[in-house]
Design a protein around this ligand. Structure first.
Ligand SMILES: Nc1ncnc2c1ncn2[C@@H]1O[C@H](COP(=O)(O)OP(=O)(O)O)[C@@H](O)[C@H]1O
Ligand SMILES: [Mg+2]
Length: 237
């Protein structure tokens, strides 16, 4: 009997005929940073899409805080408390920082709540506060990463899915971003961190799973995983 915040049980997901996910099972414990490592094309983003109901699982079960969300439409998954920072950190380039953040709170009807969440985010990211009226498309990659994380936080999620935050960032910005992820987690948000960057990801995670060809190849604590061959395979593809 598992009792995680998120329970993924024997999930199969296909885009057309072939199953990309072939029986994935994993657990995310409340309060943790749990990572999902795997090489390019192993099915990481597909799992994120299945959790969010964008590409629903064709078999298996996804349970969030005791509720079966396997077949819920995306807006209900988000309303249940799951937010996602997608691969590529897509910001709305023609919207200001503040407008980008507002979009993240579209399900919140109270302006007072929206304002107080935005104030929180400006405390986490003082740089965004300074640039609240700047168009997001004119900001640096690292700043856009902050905007996308901030936008993910605007719906006050219980669980944040972060898909390859380090992709395309300089080592300095990767470090900065991972520090931010750790801070967010310390504020009580559970994180499922999807990455190819094994070293730094294991450094901030409490537990990890390695996915290969649509299946979980191994799992363990960061120190358990550090020496395993499946992790090297995930890293080198
Ligand atoms: N929208 C899609 N339609 C069809 N196949 C897809 C789609 N997205 C991903 N795939 C395929 O699913 C497999 C896993 O992709 P993905 O989940 O994006 O892997 P990862 O995020 O680990 O790099 C790949 O073979 C990829 O080509
Ligand atoms: Mg991906």
């Amino acid at each position: 009997m598992m009792s995680g915040m998120l329970e993924i049980d024997d999930v199969y997901t296909a885009y057309d005929k072939a199953d990309v996910l072939q029986g994935v099972s994993l657990t995310v414990q409340p309060g943790s940073i749990t990572c999902l490592l795997g090489s390019n094309g192993s099915g990481k983003t597909t799992l994120v899409r299945s959790i969010l109901g964008l590409t629903p699982a064709r078999a298996g079960r996804i349970v969030f805080n005791g509720t079966d969300i396997t077949r819920l439409p995306t807006h209900k998954v988000v309303a249940a408390g799951i937010a996602c920072i997608p691969e590529g950190r897509k910001v709305f380039p023609k919207l200001t920082v503040e407008e980008n953040l507002r979009v993240g709170a579209y399900q919140e009807s109270s302006d007072k709540v929206t304002q107080s969440r935005m104030a929180d985010i400006f405390r986490i990211f003082p740089r965004l506060a300074e640039r609240r009226t700047q168009l997001a498309g004119t900001m640096s990659g690292g700043e856009q990463a902050m905007v996308s994380i901030g936008r993910g936080l605007m719906c006050a999620p219980k669980l944040l899915l972060i898909d390859e935050p380090s992709l395309g960032l300089s080592p300095r910005l990767v470090k900065e971003n991972f520090n931010i992820i750790r801070q967010i987690n310390e504020r009580g948000i559970t994180v499922l961190l999807v990455e190819q960057n094994v070293h730094q990801t294991l450094a901030i995670s409490h537990f990890g799973f390695v996915i290969s060809k649509g299946r979980v190849a191994t799992s363990g604590t960061p120190s358990e995983l550090a020496g395993r061959s499946q992790v090297r395979d995930a890293y080198f593809g």
